[in-house]
Design a protein around this ligand. Structure first.
Ligand code: AMP
Length: 285
């Protein structure tokens, strides 16, 4: 497994692979890898002969006061996991390789970045779109896998690729959960014991809504309101949003519908902000 730190070396590695006729699959991450990330690596392997994983804690997607400095890092363990999955190259650029002094260019996906997480993190998706654009220029992948855990991010990246004509196929990866149902996240490492227990309310209430809709109830604001009330019964849960949105455009659903929708939540447990989401659709839809 090749460890690559410079952008020029990364691009040369990819071009050499492509010259041999090998397709390149890419999984961008911020490290502290878990089964959710590794599931994306396995999906990437179904689409390409060579797999590149990047590990880069991207400063531009953190606002001042967020957890950039304490974001969990464990490079040794991450590399061991990548090796075990048969990853071909890990790209670990230092910050000044991605953002040389004087960097001032950002990529902005407008509307899709504004609702949901964008409402409280107004510069977050600008940072995500910028770093993914940079990574695509350096890795030059044929396909890249993004998790549905970060559903808004997936939609932003799909639009970025379409609007900017990146020759990259974006492959969604299903959300992977812990055995008790909590969505896997590097940030789960921050949770105290009680917070971790109460975090199960997120998937339990989302699954309840999913079952209601599968059984024939239309998805609408009242359903989202019931989910919110259920989450708020957990004393440690501090809701950022519980939003029912169009599955593609992420626009708010304002009237009951039988069309597929996405119910997405962001909830603080102590200092830790957790995300979860489910697709709502009638059975068979
Ligand atoms: P991160 O390291 O948090 O930036 O995540 C890197 C990639 O892994 C993103 O595409 C995430 O959506 C994806 N990911 C993170 N957690 C999960 C999960 N529990 N299930 C599926 N994909 C995930």
């Amino acid at each position: 497994m090749q460890l690559i730190h410079s952008g020029a070396e990364m691009r040369a590695w990819s071009r050499a692979a492509r010259a041999r006729g090998e397709r390149i699959g890419f999984v961008p991450t911020m490290g502290h890898l878990h089964e959710g990330h590794l599931s994306l690596v396995r999906i990437a392997a179904q689409h390409a002969a060579r797999i590149v994983v990047s590990i880069f804690v991207n400063p531009t997607q953190f606002a001042p006061g967020e957890d950039l400095d304490r974001y969990p890092r464990d490079e040794e363990a991450d590399l061991a996991k990548c090796r075990a999955e048969g990853v071909d190259a890990v790209f670990l650029p230092p910050v000044d390789e991605m953002y040389p002094a004087g960097s001032q260019t950002f990529v902005i996906v407008e509307q899709l970045s504004q609702g949901l997480c964008g409402a409280t993190r107004p510069t977050h998706f600008r940072g995500v779109a910028t770093v993914v654009s940079l990574l695509f220029h350096l890795v030059e992948p044929d396909s890249a896998v993004f998790g549905e855990k970060d559903y808004q991010q997936l939609k932003v990246i799909q639009r970025l690729v379409r609007d900017q004509a990146f020759p990259v196929e974006i492959v969604p990866g299903p959300l992977v959960r812990e055995p008790d149902g909590v969505a896997m996240s590097s940030r789960n490492a921050y949770l105290g014991v009680e917070e971790r227990e109460q975090a199960t309310v997120l998937h339990r209430s989302l699954f309840w809504a999913r079952d209601q809709v599968a059984a024939g109830r239309p998805a609408g604001p009242d359903l989202a309101g019931e989910v919110r009330a259920h989450i708020e019964e957990s004393p440690l849960a501090d809701v950022d949003y519980v939003s029912l949105v169009d599955d593609d455009e992420l626009t708010p659903v304002v009237a009951a519908t039988h069309r597929p929708t996405r119910l997405a939540v962001a909830v603080h447990f102590g200092k830790t902000r957790l995300l979860d989401n489910v697709r709502l659709a009638p059975a068979g839809g």
